[in-house]
Design a protein around this ligand. Structure first.
Ligand code: NAD
Length: 480
């Protein structure tokens, strides 16, 4: 008996999927099945596209304030079900229950902030250029949105797409990760009787379902969060239909520690940003680039914080570090750390993969690697595990060169009280989000996204999401 059992949600009805069956497993006890699912078949994906278009045609004609009200009722129902939703996150993804509760609250907080943006946005009056003319720029819903999400934030990432899509007047087809579909299914259940059928549809399955959804002729916008490799495939697929794209990809985020009045507070921020979600966050701090005089204190302080983590089943009280989510993820973290060690990185703490993860769970210890140099894999590749690579510098030029010597550009942090260094960081750090004297936790109303290999297209969250979820129209009104 599994905890969850779902097929696709098509046009307001849960149906048996016509595609392959698949299961999810508890990463703390991989032998334990958590959910049994049936993927959407090709005919069902096509049907979802048609139902979405029909539902959107009616939905878009409602005033924005009315749409926001209806979505608000749906969000209130999600909130009422927060506890079973948080539990589903921990069961399939593995993070501690407290983090799952925070993730659920943050998803709802971002959605509430989005309501404000939608209600205050829309039409902008522009300067008139010719006598008798009134110029304005107005926005319309984009249409049908296809959304594809990863496994690390089973409610936050989907809700970041559902709330703006619906409030801005679109229909949305959602394909959750095949590792963590339960949470999206529970959210969709909460929409029953509140959202019109066809507006929010769920298509469980793997990459095949995602690719077929992207290619649907009804889809006019594709929002994807996941790895760079998959993002590139979706970019190529999107070229066939010329759908608008928003790709939110990986990161290799750094904290530069130049000077600080309070090293303990600084290291608390870094450790929190590195070990939350067992490091499986696109915004996790994965590199610490420290001024040489502070290096030893930083290494020792981070090692103490790594050792203080309580690792275990996320449902157990007091656990701060859950397992990695899958066998592939476990192997990836282990292999990257081993390669780093072989290249000369020094393990300050952690670094030992446990025995028999299929039996004992995908637990990887919080790990600090020192003596890391910018050319090593552990300094360049996204590890997506509870691992910090420490690099040191002697000059600021060296620090900035190291900071930017990666393909990614998602988020970065600087610890310094020197205004000249701060100014330089704000101007030169090649990342979409910049944090001075704190970790990398974003706010609910601020644009979220990255540059370089970390993203393409409009940022999500905040006002700039409108650039993806709506189309722009220049209007010239002349009295006849
Ligand atoms: P992934 O790319 O393997 O999968 C993401 C989603 O894409 C899944 O739903 C998967 O089924 C689907 N997919 C796979 N192949 C596809 C195809 N050919 N066509 C369409 N869909 C396809 O990523 P993941 O392992 O689930 O997630 C981890 C990655 O996500 C990390 O790189 C992480 O940094 C990134 N991420 C980025 C952000 C951000 O906002 N920038 C947030 C969270 C995670």
């Amino acid at each position: 008996m599994s905890e969850y059992s779902f097929g696709p949600l098509l046009d307001g009805k849960w149906v048996d999927g016509e595609g392959p069956a698949f299961s999810t497993f508890n990463p703390a006890r991989p032998g334990e099945v958590v959910g049994n699912y049936r993927s959407a078949g090709s005919g069902q994906i096509a049907q979802a596209g048609r139902a979405a278009r029909a539902a959107q045609a009616k939905w878009r004609s409602l005033p924005a304030a009315e749409r926001v009200k209806v979505v608000g009722r749906f969000l209130a129902e999600v909130e009422r079900r927060s506890e079973p939703i948080a539990r589903s996150i921990t069961l399939e993804q593995g993070k501690p229950l407290a983090e799952s509760r925070n993730e659920t609250a943050k998803a709802l907080g971002e959605a509430a902030a989005m309501a404000g943006h939608v209600l205050s946005g829309g039409t902008e009056r522009m300067a008139d250029a010719r006598p008798g003319f009134r110029n304005m720029v107005t926005r319309r819903p984009r249409g049908v949105i296809a959304a594809i999400t990863p496994w690390n934030f089973p409610i936050l990432t989907p809700m970041r797409k559902i709330a703006p899509a619906l409030m801005h007047g679109n229909a949305i087809l959602l394909k959750p990760s095949e590792f963590t579909p339960a949470t999206v299914c529970l959210i969709a259940e909460a929409s029953e009787g509140i959202l019109p059928p066809g507006l929010l549809q769920v298509l469980p399955g793997d990459g095949r379902v995602g690719a077929e959804m992207v290619a649907l002729p009804e889809v006019s916008g594709v929002t994807f969060t996941g790895s760079v490799a998959t993002g590139k495939r979706i970019y190529a697929l999107g070229a066939q239909t010329l759908a608008e794209l928003s790709l939110e990809l990986g990161g290799k985020n750094a904290a530069v520690v130049n000077d600080t009045d309070d090293l303990d507070a600084c290291l608390d921020q870094i450790a929190g940003a590195a070990f939350m979600c067992a490091g499986q966050r696109c915004t996790a701090i994965s590199r610490v680039i420290v001024a040489e005089p502070l290096r030893q204190g930083v290494e020792e302080g981070l090692a103490a914080r790594a050792r203080a983590q309580r690792q275990g089943d996320g449902l157990d009280e007091g656990v701060t570090l859950g397992p990695l989510t899958s066998a592939a993820q476990y192997a990836r973290v282990r292999d990257l750390v081993e390669a780093g060690r072989a290249q000369g990185a020094r393990v300050v703490t952690g670094g030992e993969a446990g025995d028999d993860p299929e039996r004992n769970g995908y637990f990887y210890p919080a790990t600090i690697l020192a003596d890391v140099t910018p050319d090593m894999g552990v300094a360049r590749e996204e590890i997506f595990g509870p691992v910090i690579s420490v690099l040191s510098y002697r000059t600021l030029d060296e620090a900035f060169a190291t900071l930017n010597a990666v393909d990614y550009g998602l988020t970065s942090a600087l610890f310094s009280n020197d205004y000249r260094v701060i100014q330089r960081f704000v101007a030169e750090s090649e990342s979409g989000m910049l944090h001075v004297n704190h970790g990398t936790i974003p706010d609910n109303h601020m644009p979220f996204g990255g540059i370089k290999d970390s993203g393409v297209g409009a940022y999500s969250v905040g006002a700039s999401a409108a650039n993806f979820y709506t189309t722009e129209h220049s209007v010239y009104l002349k009295a006849g």
